[in-house]
Design a protein around this ligand. Sequence first.
Ligand SMILES: CC(C)(COP(=O)(O)OP(=O)(O)OC[C@H]1O[C@@H](n2cnc3c(N)ncnc32)[C@H](O)[C@@H]1OP(=O)(O)O)[C@@H](O)C(=O)NCCC(=O)NCCS
Length: 179
Amino acid sequence: MTVENTPSASPDHVTLRRIRAEDWARQRALRLEMLADTPIAYLESLHDAEGRSNSAWAAHIAERVASNTSAQWVLDIGDRLVGTMSCVLDDVDRVHVVAVYLSPAYRGRGLVDRMLDEVVQWARARGVTTLLLEVAQENDRAVAAYRRQGFVPTGHTHRHPLYPEITEVEMTRTLDHPG
Ligand SMILES: CC(C)(COP(=O)(O)OP(=O)(O)OC[C@H]1O[C@@H](n2cnc3c(N)ncnc32)[C@H](O)[C@@H]1OP(=O)(O)O)[C@@H](O)C(=O)NCCC(=O)NCCS
């Protein structure tokens, strides 16, 4: 895998990097894939996403690229994107990890850890020590991955806004500050 600006990257065809404005069409394809693959993992329906115009997709990505309070990483294999993770800084200095996805063939290869490392660096650069995320209680694979990465449940749960029968569990990880 290549991490841009990281010379020690291992040889693979997957590049991990921040999203760029020109990615909008491939991001649209990835987003539609995610919403079809694991609808309970996201706060938007496939139907709503399919209804968005190309210009709205492009504008959304351009906004994300320009933002100082949010960021998105993608896994690029050239003709398509195969993974993504985003994060958002809230107004009490916590970073929320959102919109996490790997295409099925790219799961179980440590790529979620690599994406999370990028979020951790981004958070640390802003002096943030608290990461938060929400995950469907029944999403055992995601919960296991987050636990491995040091996340623990906060005890807060709520109903999924789109699927009220699904309980979402809040998890947190505290970051150390080097030095
Ligand atoms: C969630 C996701 C990003 C995790 O990435 P991944 O590469 O699959 O995760 P990993 O394989 O590194 O880790 C998964 C863990 O779950 C375990 N696992 C795999 N399948 C499992 C299952 N059916 N039930 C329980 N645990 C399972 C693995 O053994 C591993 O645990 P371990 O590291 O302790 O051995 C990826 O699975 C994904 O994109 N899923 C669909 C979208 C999604 O759920 N997004 C998260 C929204 S909060």
